[in-house]
Design a protein around this ligand. Structure first.
Ligand SMILES: *Cc1c(COP(=O)(O)O)cnc(C)c1O
Length: 369
């Protein structure tokens, strides 16, 4: 059996007709940037997120970058980020010139540990950037309480968790201004690059709208040093169609995860992801851990099963960040997750038979070696 790490096949079969129809409509409309398809998608995504406003931008990285700019976070300001995340979270802080303050995650949920946040707060701390990693909501109760106590801003990086909740409230609706990505394989993915900001604050939404379009609200009048980062009409129209499926596809991801939990339980040296009380998980990534990760990955590859590493090198060990002077062993939990984590196939349309095959091969590996 051949099972890729990720496949669009099943999803695309379901949405082929409406998506091609949407593409044709935009083609015929002859208006490609900042038009009615974007407005429609922004309204629909704000509604989905339980926020008042959504501002579409070019990608998730720009959404983070614009959020920091809108909130005036820059040189001299400290921003607390997870030590274990995709590089974009750190790079956005760097792009704005602020100071990265990494904080270790909880080794069980892989999400930023609020107790470590408290310990990292200084008089220069301006914001916390929690990442709902792999699709699980962070403990937003504690994070928002800490932020209130120390007068800090919160920018959620919701690139991996569209549709997840903490105590019933959707991720991307807690912080003052939040970012998400519609990179193709995200839970809600475009057919190209796209991203968005969500907020309940009309002034912040307006400023984000201006910044994404050259700092201009009125053509040729520039009130800010902006950038060019707009979600185009074609991607917006495609996203509007795919958004109709997001809840169903998230439930399907949860069903697949449930089968993994059931069929991979009680294997010594295989740690399954844990879901914290109050949080839901939409399984953007299903990462298991093992001290024999590399051997397991090689074994599964030989059996035709694709896997992935999220992420093999923690940000503090990246060449690009050597100037920050973090010792390689400075963030031991991030290091352990990088060394032991293995992401298993999980996508809408991955059927029970394939998941059963993956699980039986994993059991076989641990029985044999
Ligand atoms: C994907 C991702 C981003 C960046 O999104 P792009 O659209 O690729 O720029 C940011 N943060 C996290 C956690 C991500 O997974």
């Amino acid at each position: 059996m051949h099972i890729p790490y990720y496949s669009f096949e099943a999803q695309h079969k379901l949405i082929r007709e409406p998506v091609l129809q949407a593409i044709t409509e935009v083609f015929d409309a002859q208006w490609y940037i900042l038009g009615k398809y974007l407005q429609k998608f922004e309204a629909a995504y704000a509604d989905f997120s339980g926020t008042q406003y959504c501002v579409g931008v070019g990608n998730g990285f720009d959404a983070l970058q614009i959020a920091l700019k809108v909130l005036n976070i820059g040189p001299g300001d400290e921003v607390i980020v997870p030590s274990h995340t995709f590089m974009a979270t750190w790079l956005a802080v760097s792009a704005g010139g602020a100071i990265i303050v990494p904080v270790e995650p909880d080794p069980i949920t892989y999400n930023i540990n609020p107790e470590n946040i408290r310990a990292a707060i200084t008089t220069r701390t301006k914001a916390i950037m929690p990442v709902h990693l792999y699709g699980q909501a962070c403990n937003m109760d504690v994070i928002m309480q800490l932020a209130a106590e120390y007068n800090l801003l919160v920018i959620e990086d919701n690139a991996q968790a569209q549709g997840a909740t903490f105590k019933g409230r959707l991720t991307g609706s807690f912080g003052q201004l939040n970012a998400t990505s519609f990179y193709p394989i995200k839970n809600l993915g475009a057919l190209g690059d796209a991203g968005a900001l969500t907020t309940n604050n009309p002034e912040l939404a307006e400023k984000a709208r201006i910044l994404r379009n050259y700092g201009s609200a009125e053509k040729y009048h520039h009130t800010e040093i902006g950038l060019n980062s707009r979600l185009d009409e074609l991607q917006a129209a495609i996203l509007s169609q795919k958004l109709l499926w997001l809840n169903k596809w998230n439930r399907e991801r949860q069903d697949i995860a449930a089968q993994y939990y059931a069929e991979l339980s009680n294997i010594p040296d295989l740690v399954l992801p844990a879901v914290a009380p109050g949080a839901t998980h939409v399984y953007h990534i299903f990462m298991v851990r093992s001290s024999r990760r590399d051997a397991l990955q090689n074994y599964l590859t030989a059996k035709g099963i694709g896997t992935a590493l999220h992420y093999p090198i923690p940000p503090h060990r990246q060449e690009a960040y050597q100037h920050l002077g973090f010792a390689p062993e400075a963030f031991p939990i991030a290091n352990t997750l990088a060394e032991t984590g293995l992401s298993l196939p999980l996508w809408p349309g991955l059927d029970q038979e394939k998941v059963a095959y993956i699980c039986s091969e994993i059991r076989h590996f641990f029985n044999q070696y």
